[in-house]
Design a protein around this ligand. Structure first.
Ligand code: OSB
Ligand code: MG
Length: 369
């Protein structure tokens, strides 16, 4: 039997401070699946970053919850799992579903590291104790409202801005933002809203000196991204397409990605993310830490990952208040001098506020060993 004594799955609902609109839809709240484990003589928490519906990638919260409760958790409990790093091997027979797997691994890592008195930051090879913070800004109907939001973010100290774009809301938006805010570090994210036929149009973004363009085309269009990269000076950066170390290396070798947005959930967990970060560093490919509108749990883990030396660009690791009025941890991430500090306590280094979690829990299921 494994070192896992019990696993609890919880669904919570967290309202967002404002709707978050991307080319794939508008979010009004975060519907999150939390995983609590009793393992290695300790307790740990994980967070599944899948969205309510399969509109960012193919995963979705109900699917992840079903798979975890009926397949992944029972398999892990029945296995000879010796440590969190062993979970990849134990779950290897089950294809895909990386966000579901990542949530369980995150909880196990938290428990194991707490038992060892060791932090996520230490385990992930963090080299700094705070990271500069970027903010991902959604699509607005009114350019005036967008400029006002940007003015507030920049006023509070964010060091880099990512603008969501889509066909019809791209060149004009970027041009106006540049005209208003000058040479602020700026990049754009299309969430796969374009096709190769938009190449000439997208190349017009070159005049705005963007840091990068993120995922213009569909997830499986690696060669199209490589063709775009040949026609554009702005570096192409893949997000949705990067689902594993192999896919990432292929994308780099094909010329489909000059920079990598790394999200632990999308690649199956923080340990897989670390492996990718190291492989990118070995190839001199800059990496930055993406976000999935995480609660204070995922935000703490992301801050640790973003502190790795391979993270050469500013990531989407923002303050909790960018999305939430109330978080589920006792000390939510705050912006200080444009930075987020990297927790250094055991495990995730943040503590859950169980009263808040209880209050917003919509479903609960305990799986015993
Ligand atoms: O494409 O990076 C993305 C949020 C949800 C799903 C996909 C993306 C995003 C963001 C927000 O851009 C990142 C964050 O601040 O958490
Ligand atoms: Mg993205």
């Amino acid at each position: 039997m494994s070192a896992i004594d019990a696993v609890e799955l919880r669904r919570i609902r967290l309202p967002l401070v404002a709707p978050f609109r991307t080319s794939f839809g508008t979010q009004h709240e975060r519907d999150v699946l939390l995983v609590r484990v009793e393992a290695f003589g300790s307790e740990g928490w994980g967070e599944c970053v899948a969205m309510s519906q399969p509109i960012y990638n193919e995963e979705y919260v109900d699917g992840a919850q079903d798979l975890l409760s009926n397949v992944l958790v029972p398999a892990a409990i029945a296995s000879d799992l010796a440590g969190a790093a062993d979970l990849t091997r134990v779950l290897a027979p089950f294809h895909g579903n990386r966000m579901a797997k990542a949530a369980l691994e995150m909880a196990l890592l938290d428990a194991e590291l707490r038992a060892q008195g060791r932090s996520f930051a230490d385990a992930l090879g963090a080299s700094v104790d705070r990271v500069p913070s970027g903010v991902s800004v959604g699509i607005f109907d009114s350019i005036g409202d967008l400029l006002e939001a940007l003015n507030n973010y920049l006023g509070s100290g964010y060091r880099r801005v990512k603008l969501k774009i889509e066909p019809g809301r791209d060149l004009d938006v970027v041009s106006t933002v540049r005209a208003t805010f000058g040479d602020v570090p700026l990049q754009v994210d299309a969430n796969a809203a374009y096709t190769i036929d938009d190449t000439a149009h997208l190349a017009k973004l070159d005049e705005f000196g963007l840091l990068l363009i993120e995922q213009p085309f569909a997830e499986d269009r690696l060669l199209d991204h490589a063709r775009l990269a040949e026609r554009m000076d702005t570096p192409v950066c893949l997000d949705e397409s990067i689902t594993s170390l192999a896919r990432c290396m292929d994308a780099i070798d094909l010329g489909a990605t000059q920079i990598v947005n790394l999200k632990a959930g999308r690649v199956g967990g923080y340990l897989a993310a670390l492996e990718i970060a190291e492989a990118c560093a070995a190839r001199d490919i800059p990496v930055w830490c993406g976000g999935m509108v995480e609660t204070g749990l995922g935000r703490a883990a992301n801050a640790a990952l973003a502190a790795h030396p391979a993270m050469r660009l500013i990531g989407d690791v923002s303050a909790s208040s960018r999305f939430f009025t109330r978080d589920i941890v006792t000390e939510p991430a705050v912006l200080e001098d444009g930075h987020i500090s990297v927790p250094d306590g055991p495990g995730l280094g943040v503590e859950v506020d169980i009263d808040v979690i209880d209050e917003i829990t919509t479903e609960r299921r305990l799986v015993h060993a």
